[in-house]
Design a protein around this ligand. Structure first.
Ligand SMILES: NC(=O)c1ccc[n+]([C@@H]2O[C@H](COP(=O)([O-])OP(=O)(O)OC[C@H]3O[C@@H](n4cnc5c(N)ncnc54)[C@H](O)[C@@H]3O)[C@@H](O)[C@H]2O)c1
Length: 252
């Protein structure tokens, strides 16, 4: 097991990519603290992990709120006394054409995707520095943080910000042996992408943009997250790892 004796905190962990990462980490021996603002789904996911023999702690928290972030970290420390791995996964994506994006929607994307990632990262890294045995921080970004997609200006900007946040944090955290990397998934089958997946002509058209000709699964991202969390990636920091079936390399 690759994560024995490790404690991992994963935000937005009740479903989709976050749930797959929490489930995989638990199967690799980590104690997993799952946080989300959807309490019911969160408890179900924690119960499912426990049923499979994993150790899971569910903490309801909204990553936009500093008070929630503080409470979340204190709860993990009270239960397990340390945090070795952080996955900032909580995020939203509401599409709208650039000329129609409201100020409220812009602020919401920045507050959850970018500020939330900053708040949780800073709070947890302060603990990791105090603990003195390093750590791994994984920011769930997107291919949209590396290339532009129409009708997602606010989402693209928030994810581009996350990539630079990861690189900038990596620079300052390296001396503490805390590695900070970004994972950039392509099109993954979750609640976020369900409307397109449930539309056969639209998804057939969309798949033409993906050289591997299939939609990614949350488990594909979880496998890359496991590599980033484990000592296998011990000399990697400030990297943006793309998991997209080749979508980003395709010019036309
Ligand atoms: N699905 C994709 O194709 C795809 C591609 C690239 C990147 N991503 C990124 O992966 C991450 C997970 O996305 P997903 O597809 O699994 O979506 P999802 O909607 O299935 O899951 C997101 C989770 O985050 C939680 N969340 C949202 N706002 C929150 C907040 N303020 N505080 C705490 N929790 C909050 C939600 O309750 C939900 O459980 C997101 O950051 C998303 O941008 C997804």
């Amino acid at each position: 097991m690759r994560l024995s004796h490790k404690v991992a905190l994963i935000t937005g962990a009740s479903r989709g990519i976050g749930r797959a990462i929490a489930t995989r980490f638990a199967a690799e021996g980590a104690k997993v603290a799952l946080s989300d603002r959807d309490q019911e789904a969160l408890r179900q996911t924690a119960a499912d992990i426990a049923e499979q023999g994993g150790q899971a702690l569910a903490i309801e928290a909204d990553v936009q709120l500093k008070s929630d972030v503080d409470r979340m970290v204190v709860e993990v420390l009270r239960r397990w006394g340390r945090i070795d791995i952080l996955v900032n996964n909580a995020g939203i994506n509401r599409t709208a054409p650039f000329l129609e994006i409201t100020e409220e929607d812009w602020d919401l994307h920045m507050a959850i995707n970018l500020k939330g990632t900053f708040l949780v990262s800073q709070r947890v890294c302060r603990e990791m520095v105090k603990q003195g045995h390093g750590g791994s921080v994984i920011q769930i970004s997107s291919v949209n943080g590396l290339a532009a997609e129409a009708d997602q200006v606010h989402y693209n900007a928030s994810k581009g910000g996350i990539n630079l946040l990861a690189m900038s944090m990596a620079l300052e955290m390296a001396e503490h042996d805390i590695r900070v990397n970004a994972l950039c998934p392509g099109f993954i089958e979750t609640r976020l992408t369900k409307p397109l997946i449930d539309n056969p002509p639209a998804i057939a058209e969309y798949l033409k943009t993906i050289p591997m000709k299939r939609v990614g699964q949350p488990e594909d991202v979880a496998a890359a997250a496991l590599f980033m969390a484990s000592d296998e990636s011990r000399y990697m920091t400030g990297h943006c790892m793309v998991v997209d079936g080749g979508q980003l390399i395709k010019l036309s």
